[in-house]
Write a protein that binds this ligand. Structure first.
Ligand code: FES
Length: 239
């Protein structure tokens, strides 16, 4: 594929638009002011297609496709808003809420949480699935930061920012399915990690209260994520 090749017969939500062949549906939609909900996607990090919030319909296919990892192509007709998509997106959010213990009223990022904001904007008024109430720990061993597994949605933003931007690769995910857990190094306590540089990037990119700063009030927990595309560009120019 020539990444600079032009795609000229693309339609998103009935609007004709041009794109490059290496762009994803999400890239092109956002460039043209079309909002698609996302959680694992973050500008400046690689794409993993983990959360499925960005599912869209593609005419001619019964399968919904994640917009963040699906490249545009000639003749593609994409639908980003429909009753079916809204229903699936709400169900995906409900599954996140039922899998761990997301109690917004006592969460340190209440009001600054991407999961909470999406639940509100997509009209999720309650959870139709049984809550699992897992008994998961909080790792408060780091001097400045904490990891609360109750609020982790396994988006892997922390893993990717640590490996791709900081270059430390302190974080990873172990286990399968509902037993999956974020962990540092060889699964020791975060405060005992030998690779963590304490840069705080993982905390800043976390979309929920899973990674948090100690000693901060709710109103001080707004995450800073705008630095990533800049850092990525700088690293690539230095190669
Ligand atoms: S944003 Fe596309 S799968 Fe998560």
């Amino acid at each position: 594929m020539n990444p600079q090749a032009q795609v000229t017969t693309l339609k998103i939500d009935e609007r004709e638009m041009g794109a490059h062949a290496d762009q994803t549906i999400l890239d092109v939609a956002r460039e043209n002011g079309i909002a698609i909900p996302t959680l694992c996607h973050l500008e400046g990090l690689s794409e993993v297609g983990a959360c499925r919030l960005c599912l869209v319909e593609i005419k001619g296919s019964n399968k919904l496709q994640p917009a963040c990892v699906t490249r545009v192509r000639e003749g593609m007709e994409v639908v980003t808003q429909s009753e079916r998509l809204q229903r699936y997106r709400r169900q995906i959010l409900e599954l996140f809420f039922s899998e761990r213990n997301h109690i917004c009223s006592v969460c340190v990022v209440n009001g600054n949480c991407e999961l909470q904001t999406l639940a509100t904007t997509l009209g999720m008024d309650h959870v139709h699935f049984s809550y699992l109430y897992p008994n998961v720990p909080v790792d408060a061993s780091h001097e400045w930061f904490g990891l609360d597994h109750n609020r982790c949605i396994l988006c892997t933003r922390c893993v990717r920012v640590c490996a791709e931007i900081e270059g430390a690769h302190t974080w990873d995910i172990r286990g399968h399915g509902i037993e999956s857990r974020a962990f540092t190094d060889f699964n020791q306590a975060w405060g005992e990690s030998e690779t963590c540089t304490s840069c705080g990037k993982c905390v800043n990119v976390c979309p929920t209260g899973a990674l948090f700063r100690k000693g901060k009030a709710v109103g001080e927990m707004a995450k800073q994520i705008g630095f990533l595309p800049y850092l990525r560009t700088m690293r690539e120019e230095l190669k």
